[in-house]
Design a protein around this ligand. Structure first.
Ligand code: TRP
Length: 354
């Protein structure tokens, strides 16, 4: 698969695929069902990487709680929903470990150790945290857990000794902080106990919401992976195109046109999309016809996912078994890493009683 990898120095390099020796870890906050943006941005690359190297998907419920205080029951419910989404798109639990962050207590202990290696000022400078603090209107009342979630994410990544982290570009500051912490652990303990990691950025640009703004569940402008045919139609018809393109014969603008952004991401026939763009620009292609094509493209993609999800949702014991087995495997790995880190910090010697 084609993707951009950021090397340690931050310089961009092109690479055709991940190494077979790479250990992949990525995660999602279970705050709702996944949407088409997740599919284009991350699920698709996880599917492509599946079987090529060791891969774990972490459902980051503790991270979700850092800004969903009081909504713990919702978060718990969404853990199963996200797992169902993974399975429905084709994540195979025999090839990919699916685990739940809160069930891996080694990650909590690693977080506690790492908290000593990061300053408050450094966390406040993290651009993603900064933007989120603003968005949530925390001002000076930032929950400590929220401010520190990049540290917990560093524990997620290093707790699996992950070397490759497929993420959106908003997560690059987290990768940077992780590597800073990893380097500090190795330097302070004098032991190369943890590996640094690289980010794997999707080659698809971030998918906008139907209104052209950033897609988000709270704005209601994202298309859920599990949308029914009717919901789809409604959302596609509401898509922002070009307000100056009134009649089909008018020349239209392709840039910033949400329908074309989705066709670029999902239409398997890129040649036809290029032709459609030319016709749209020149005048002679109406929004209705264009949107109808997108509806067909999306239905072909999502129809099978929706059907598989409905089937999986009928027997919840299967998804529970998948999570139980995934947690067991993930616990074996993260407990092992914690043991090594504890030893490096001399926290493994027996304590004598007098
Ligand atoms: N912060 C990520 C997000 O909001 C989710 C996440 C949690 C994650 N732990 C992770 C991503 C570890 C990559 C690796 O999407």
């Amino acid at each position: 698969m084609s993707a951009t990898i950021l090397s340690r120095s931050g310089a961009k390099q092109r690479r055709s695929h991940a190494d077979a020796t790479d250990v992949i870890l990525t995660g999602d906050r279970p705050t709702g069902s996944l949407h088409l943006g997740h599919y284009a941005g991350s699920l698709r690359s996880r599917l492509a990487l599946q079987g090529q190297c060791a891969q774990t998907l972490l459902i980051a419920d503790l991270q979700a709680l850092t800004d969903s205080t009081g909504r713990a029951a919702d978060v718990a419910r969404h853990v199963t929903e996200v797992a169902l989404d993974y399975l429905a798109v084709g994540i195979d639990p025999a090839l990919t470990t699916i685990a739940v962050q809160s069930r891996l207590s080694a990650l909590a202990e690693l977080t506690l150790l790492y908290l000593n290696l990061v300053t408050v000022a450094r966390l406040e400078r993290n651009p993603t945290v900064k933007a989120e603090v603003e968005l949530r209107g925390f001002e000076r009342d930032i929950p400590v857990g929220f401010l520190c979630y990049p540290v917990s994410q560093a524990a997620d990544i290093s707790g699996f000794r992950a070397t490759l982290v497929p993420v959106g570009d908003d997560q690059l500051p987290m990768i940077e902080q992780t590597n800073e912490i990893v380097r500090r652990v190795n330097r302070l303990t004098g032991t190369p106990v943890l590996p640094e990691c690289r980010a794997l950025l999707s080659s698809t640009p971030r998918l906008p919401g139907v209104d052209g703004r950033k897609a988000s569940k709270s704005l209601g402008n994202a298309i859920p992976l599990t949308a029914t045919t009717d919901e789809f139609r409604r959302l596609v018809r509401a898509m922002y195109t070009d307000p100056g393109h009134v009649r089909a014969s008018d020349p239209g603008c392709v840039e910033g046109n949400v329908v074309f952004a989705y066709l670029d991401a999902f239409d398997p026939d890129a040649t036809t999309v290029t032709e459609l763009k030319a016709r749209y620009r020149g005048g002679g292609l109406g929004d209705v016809a264009l949107k109808r094509r997108l509806e067909d493209v999306l239905e072909a993609l999502v129809g099978p996912i929706r059907a598989r999800r409905a089937e999986l949702a009928r027997d919840r014991s299967y998804v529970m078994d998948v999570l139980r087995a995934g947690n067991e495997r993930a616990n074996a790995i993260t407990e092992g890493v914690l043991r090594d880190v504890r030893a490096a910090f001399s926290l493994d010697a027996p304590v004598k009683s007098r």
